[in-house]
Ligand binder design. Structure first.
Ligand code: CP
Length: 332
């Protein structure tokens, strides 16, 4: 494997193989598997789970990792093309990325989500520009429109929970004071459709997912025997569901316009997942979220602290899923 950028690049059987490998490496550790291998990690936006889990994954497999981010003691990093660098930044990303890649056997990159122009973000222009600078195996650690490591971990988590392949999965928008990227909702929707699930995207008017994201999910559902609908009817969406997966995202109607987006979401503070949401769900319906999550804003304390929540299991599976990806990428 040379590239882990999108679950859509893989067959369902290949995803299931990675999940089985992740479980095997958990039960039967291989602390020498990647001895001498180095993973370069470039973070152009903040992280807790991805930052820590990739380093832990490499250590558990006998290799090592190093992290570079603009917050560290590095020369100011410029990313604009064609710029005359007579300001603060002393290093351009066009040199920095190949240098960082040269020190490792593979590289993980977390790119910005500029959130200025929807078409640009849907094309993952920022990530693909960085990708073109790298000649090593590459992992997408979250880009403007994808988060494949999160999706692989979430698929594994649902398998562990015994959630049926044809189970009902609700991807629900939730309130957040700031407009957030589309990466997790887009990747999560596609993952659930690819797994063969009955997927409902629950969102208020103005927060419809872009047609390109929905079309990709419909294609995945057609191939897997699943289905996808989009609605603002909470009762209809949640009826009989096995999973409510909460995530906030930017208003697609006002994409790139933070003032209009903020005005639109001000009316939606009651989109905070709480126990009444589960009234007509399956009795053991679970709550999923990629984290970080704002308590009392996106979801209530009693859901996060109660038996429905599997957010810590999802986060642990990030490490295991990434161990499987690294194993396939670096061990051959
Ligand atoms: N879910 C996730 O990617 O978390 P971080 O942003 O903390 O890495």
């Amino acid at each position: 494997m040379n590239l882990f950028n999108d679950l859509a690049d893989f067959a369902v059987e290949e995803i299931e193989d990675l999940i089985q490998l992740a479980a095997r490496l958990d039960q039967h550790p291989e602390p020498e598997a990647l001895r001498g291998k180095v993973l370069s990690l470039l973070f152009l936006s903040p992280s807790l789970r991805t930052l820590a889990s990739f380093q832990a994954a490499m250590v558990r497999l006998g290799g090592g990792a190093f992290v570079i981010s603009p917050d560290m003691s590095i020369h100011g990093l410029e990313s604009r093309a064609g710029i005359v660098m007579d300001g603060v930044a002393a290093e351009h990303i066009r040199e920095a990325v190949p240098v960082i890649a040269a020190y490792g056997d593979a590289i993980g990159i977390r790119a910005f989500a500029p959130r200025e122009d929807l078409a640009t973000d849907l094309q993952d222009a920022e990530f693909n520009a960085l990708r073109s600078l790298v000649d090593k195996p590459l992992i997408n650690m979250e880009s403007a429109i994808n988060h494949p490591c999160q999706s692989l971990a979430d698929w594994k988590t649902m398998d562990e929970l015994g959630i049926p392949k044809r189970g009902k999965f609700v991807l629900s928008w939730a309130y957040h004071p700031r407009p957030l990227p589309l990466a997790v909702p887009a990747a999560t929707l596609h993952m659930a459709a690819m797994r063969g699930m009955e997927v409902a995207v629950l969102r208020p008017p103005g927060f419809e997912l872009p047609p390109a994201v929905m079309d990709k999910a419909h294609a995945a559902a057609a191939a897997s025997g699943g289905s996808v609908i989009e609605t603002d009817d909470r009762r209809q969406a949640i009826e009989g569901s096995h999973i409510i997966y909460a995530k906030s995202w930017s208003s697609t109607r006002h994409y790139g316009d933070n003032v209009a987006d903020t005005k639109a979401r001000e009316q939606l503070v009651d989109w905070c997942v709480d126990e009444p949401w589960f009234e007509n769900a399956k009795p053991d319906c679970r709550f999923m979220h990629c984290l970080p999550v704002r308590r009392g804003v996106v979801v209530s304390d009693r859901i996060l602290d109660g038996p429905r929540s599997v957010v810590i299991q999802e986060a642990r599976n990030r490490m295991l899923a990434q161990m499987a990806v690294l194993y396939r990428m670096l061990k051959g």
